[in-house]
Design a protein around this ligand. Structure first.
Ligand SMILES: C[S@@+](CC[C@H](N)C(=O)[O-])C[C@H]1O[C@@H](n2cnc3c(N)ncnc32)[C@H](O)[C@@H]1O
Length: 221
């Protein structure tokens, strides 16, 4: 089965059971699609993200379930979701915050129309109170997370040249992540992997066989 062809019945029971949250996640998965052009990666990062305002490019259910499970195990209360898009990853994070007894997902999204869709999705799931989606460029909006975070998703966007956004954002977020916290990366940007696998940056890292390589990293110092 192609990796993006999901129907609601393809979703395993997983660790997230709330039917109201699952209904929104299932709807987003059922409506998952990609542009004929192949998306921003195929374009070589030349397109403004607003060109893709109608596309989620969202994480897969296995990645979302992992986020939910790890956040529950950490008793996470403050997490970072880069980037938000239409809020798929935010839904898993926000459900974990609520089920941990309270907390906040700090999101970041450049395209205003996507922020509106993400907020709508969170409200529909009953999770609107658990997310602060910061508009604008994550390289500015995530500079001050207001305290240590327990978990960071680095689900970036290809650029045309220079360091990847994933690399730039992890360098901003890593000092704000607590020891014992996790980072999950979706797109295996080579310069992100160079950073997270370099022992001097304080992480232990593992490549999971999800979506062709999902990097899970633990901050140890
Ligand atoms: C792969 S999608 C995120 C998918 C999301 N995690 C989910 O599961 O639904 C990447 C998003 O990054 C946004 N983006 C691109 N450049 C950005 C920047 N500099 N700051 C914040 N968001 C950005 C894009 O608009 C896009 O929605």
């Amino acid at each position: 089965m192609p990796p993006h062809d999901f129907t609601p019945s393809d979703l395993s029971p997983g660790p997230l059971h709330d039917p109201r949250v699952r209904a929104v996640i299932e709807r987003l998965h059922a409506n998952r699609r990609r542009p004929d052009s192949g998306g921003p990666r195929r374009s070589g990062g030349r397109f403004d993200p607003a060109v893709f305002a109608d596309y989620g490019f969202s994480i897969l259910p296995e990645q979302g379930d992992l986020i939910y499970l790890l956040c529950r195990g950490l008793r996470a209360r403050r997490v970072v979701d880069f980037a938000t898009s239409v809020g798929m990853s935010t839904l898993y994070f926000a459900a974990a915050m609520r089920d941990n007894g309270g907390g906040l997902v700090i999101g970041s999204e450049l395209v205003p129309a996507k922020i509106e869709v993400a907020k709508h999705n969170l409200d529909e799931a009953g999770l609107g109170d658990y997310a602060d989606i910061r508009p604008g460029d994550a390289r500015q909006s995530l500079r001050d997370l207001g305290g240590d975070v327990d978990f960071a998703l680095i689900d970036g966007w290809p650029g045309a040249e220079g360091p990847s956004l994933a690399r730039e954002v992890i360098e901003i977020v890593a000092p704000q992540l607590r020891v014992g916290g996790y980072v999950l990366n979706d797109n295996a940007e080579p310069d992100f992997l160079d950073f997270i696998r370099d022992p001097k940056n304080g992480f232990l890292s593992l490549t999971l066989p999800i979506k062709g390589g999902t990097e899970l990293s633990l901050k140890v110092r």
